[in-house]
Write a protein that binds this ligand. Structure first.
Ligand code: 3PG
Ligand code: MG
Length: 400
């Protein structure tokens, strides 16, 4: 387990000390309104840590990535709107540095007063953050570590990344696990090691290749694995169905066929599909059996019979883990599958975990009651890799 936690740090006293906090402020933005955050769940999730440090008089320096810029500044991925939002949530302004470790960051870090919060510009504007080369990552981590006396990791969504701010900074500073990281690990540990049976996992999202390892790890443990979203079409193809213009990973069809055989009926696929003429909210769409998707259409959601089938399996579960939307929920005509499955999960007599940026955002975007779920994780990839049983670099670094 973690060597030290945020509570230990608060117990030591942080007044006047410089605390470098790695947060995951990789929030989604409204596609039609640039600069407008569409779901601030990740910012809210790290608030308790920031508030506790601020109120204890720490000089708080927050760092995060946003999107996947290529190691150089790119205005599309600036964290500036996030600094504004964070200030609103904290009820006190957040100072924003227009670079990560440059002159502006150094000046603003040096000028911080007790109880003030500074957000550095996007970590991934620096090639050292994601570098494969240990020395290059280490050099950047050294610049970050120079800002502070201690380091707190509360970026659960990024603990699966071997990046400078996640893996190399804690090797250079006294390090503590934040409350969000602690809570996430506690829940995922329980679901991984001792899930109450029956255990049902619902997987969606676009690619089978992203989920292959987790499917293999989970198959021996689950009673049912329900597959929706874009990835279901590769499975349907493996069952011998034509999928029209739907998303398909041809090179994964044989693997899916193997998984279906291994699973002996425990992988459940949609029986009907909402098939549209194109990827658009205005496209003509019809619900068809999953075995009869027309050649000129693409599946954009699971159909109502599939929702009923999935809801029945979910309803009998004592533990449900859900990652990935069932369809293109951002477009109203294709949101019913995700909504139906999410609602079924809220009704179980047991413990549910929603894993992932997209599924968590779906819960809030669709106006579902967040408190009806057992736990909503801020990490997509991170929670899946935890379930796979992998060593996560960020957690590993905190344990050393
Ligand atoms: C996420 O959104 O999954 C996390 O913030 C990690 O982002 P990444 O997948 O770009 O590393
Ligand atoms: Mg991700």
């Amino acid at each position: 387990m973690f060597v030290k936690t945020l509570d230990d740090l608060l117990g030591e006293g942080v007044s006047g000390r410089r605390v470098l906090v790695r947060a995951d402020l990789n929030v989604p933005f409204d596609k039609s309104n640039p600069g407008v955050i569409s779901d601030d769940g990740r910012a809210r999730a790290v608030l308790p840590t920031l508030v506790a440090l601020r109120d204890a008089g720490a000089r708080v320096i927050v760092m995060s990535h946003l999107g996947r810029p290529k190691g150089a500044p790119d205005p599309k991925y600036t964290l500036e709107p996030v600094a504004t939002r964070l200030g609103e949530l904290l009820g006190s302004p957040v100072v924003f540095a227009s670079d990560t470790v440059g002159e502006d960051a150094q000046a603003k870090a040096a000028a911080l007063a007790d109880g003030q919060v500074l957000l550095l510009e996007n970590l991934r504007f620096n090639a050292g953050e994601t570098a494969k080369d240990d020395a290059e990552r280490g050099a950047f981590a050294g610049q970050l570590a120079a800002f502070a006396d201690v380091y707190v990791d509360d970026a659960f969504g990024a603990v699966h990344r071997k990046h400078a701010s996640v893996y190399d900074v804690p090797a250079r500073l006294p390090h503590y696990a934040g409350g969000l990281v602690l809570k996430e690990v506690e829940v995922l540990k329980k679901v991984t090691e001792s899930p109450e049976q029956p255990y049902v996992v619902v997987l969606g999202g676009s690619k089978v290749s992203d989920k292959l390892a987790v499917i293999q790890a989970l198959l021996p443990k689950v009673d049912k694995l329900l597959v929706g979203g874009g990835m279901c079409f590769t499975f349907l193809k493996a069952q011998g169905h034509e999928v029209g213009k739907s998303l398909l990973e041809d090179e994964m069809v044989a693997t899916c066929a193997d998984l279906l055989e291994q699973a002996q009926g425990r992988i459940v696929l949609p029986v009907d599909v909402v098939a549209a003429t194109e990827f658009s909210a205005d496209a003509d769409s019809v619900t068809v059996p999953a075995s009869e998707i027309p050649a000129d259409r693409l599946g954009l959601d699971i159909g109502p019979e599939s929702v009923a089938l999935f809801a029945e399996a979910i309803g009998s579960a004592r533990t449900v883990f859900w990652n990935g939307p069932m369809g293109v929920f951002e477009l109203a005509p294709f949101a019913a599958g995700t909504r139906g499955v999410a609602e079924a999960i809220t009704k179980i007599d047991g413990f549910s975990v929603v894993g992932g940026g997209d599924s968590a955002a779906a819960v809030r975007t669709l106006g579902l009651d967040e408190s009806a779920f057992g736990h909503i994780s801020t990490g997509g990839g991170a929670s899946l890799e935890y379930l796979e049983g992998k060593t996560l670099p960020g957690i590993d670094a905190l344990e050393k």
